[in-house]
Design a protein around this ligand. Structure first.
Ligand code: PHE
Length: 361
């Protein structure tokens, strides 16, 4: 082939390849634009840039070109390839972001849904009884006093007119830790401590707390239980004040039509001492199973503070007087709620405890 002819042929070839390239580029860009997802986009990549794609074919055809045209054509092919690759990558990013956004939207959690209710506990029946009694007395100007559960023999017994070897100590069989230290058998030591601390001032306190006595546990006995004791000291405190106070307590806890009666009793720390009964809240006094046919229910012990107790704490029994009373919280709760076994209070059986739940609408 003469040189000129060959040259013309060459020019034609180059022109033809350029045209083809532009067309391929336009096609590829249009398909990239149209790709709806990453899979379709990848198909476009394989189709146009892959080893078996038309651009690779074109490169293979460059053998026909002159040494002069070849690098120009090569550069052109690379530019097209780079351009297509760049547009492809941009589109890939757009599609990836769209895919993530779609996934997030489909998996999103509706945080406006109301949560599942968490079951909350309720107040223990003993706590309820104690707080009710506390509220009553706080309303009458009493203070709440607390003291140690591990107590000195002195405050638990001696300061309460129960010297060592006193036979009445047998009424409160005790857990001794040493000769001088024991688990308190009643909350009266808090009264002895308060009297000592107040140094002759008048007193109006209520002492709730745990107490311990050696006992064989059964339906009505427990080696640990709760007491609430009260103490009032001042000038001219009389038995009638005690009676009025206990009457208020009985009516508050068991109903406004309750009557009380006081029977003589004995406690070493009070003189005179009494036992208080209330008229039966179930039968009103006629006799039933709750009051064992008597019409009366025994509730608590009380009395006028013994002069020895006042004196030991630094009070002058000729100038001041006082009264004290002691209630078992379990006994009150058992009567009030009809509980037949004291052990229910301590075993944390939720079937028992949930009976005292209060539901709120
Ligand atoms: N402390 C006495 C007891 O536990 C109860 C009581 C208190 C009696 C106060 C009289 C006065 O048995």
């Amino acid at each position: 082939m003469p040189f000129e002819q060959a040259g013309i042929y060459m020019i034609k070839e180059v022109f033809y390849m350029e045209e083809q390239l532009k067309q391929l580029e336009q096609e590829a860009l249009a398909k990239i634009e149209a790709a709806a997802n990453l899979k379709e986009l990848n198909d476009v990549r394989v189709a146009y840039l892959g080893k078996k794609g038309p651009i690779t074919d074109l490169l293979k055809g460059m053998g026909k070109l002159s040494a002069e045209e070849r690098p120009k054509m090569g550069a052109l092919v690379n530019t097209v390839r780079e351009n297509v690759t760049a547009v492809l990558e941009t589109k890939a990013t757009v599609l990836e972001e769209a895919a993530i956004a779609e996934k997030l939207a489909s998996e999103s959690i509706d945080v406006t849904l109301p949560g599942r209710a968490i079951k909350v506990g309720n107040r223990h029946p003993l706590t309820r009884v104690i707080e009710e009694i506390e509220d009553l007395f706080v309303g009458m100007g009493y203070e709440i006093a607390e003291g140690p559960e591990v107590e000195k023999d002195y405050y638990n017994f001696e300061a309460l007119n129960l010297p060592k070897g006193h036979p009445a100590r047998d009424m409160q069989d005790s857990f001794y830790i040493s000769e001088e230290i024991l688990l308190r058998t009643h909350t009266s030591p808090v009264q002895a401590r308060t009297m000592e601390a107040k140094k002759g001032e008048s007193i109006r306190i209520i002492c709730p707390g745990k107490v311990f006595r050696r006992d064989n546990d059964d339906a009505t006995h427990s080696h640990q239980f709760m007491q609430i004791e009260g103490l009032v000291i001042g000038e001219n405190i009389r038995m009638s004040d005690l009676k009025g106070t206990l009457d208020t307590l009985a009516k508050k806890m068991f109903g406004a039509d309750r009557e009380i009666r006081l029977r003589p009793s004995f406690f070493p720390f009070t003189e005179p001492s009494v036992e208080m009964d209330i008229s039966c809240f179930k039968c009103g006094g006629a006799g039933c199973n709750v009051c064992k046919g008597t019409g009366w229910i025994e509730i608590l012990g009380a009395g006028m503070v013994h002069p020895n107790v006042l004196e030991m704490a630094g009070y002058d029994p000729k100038k001041v007087s006082g009264f004290a009373f002691g209630i078992g919280a379990e006994r009150i709760a058992m009567l009030k709620y009809g509980v037949d076994d004291i052990r229910h209070f301590y075993t944390s059986d939720t079937r028992f405890l949930s009976q005292f739940e209060r539901t709120e609408a």
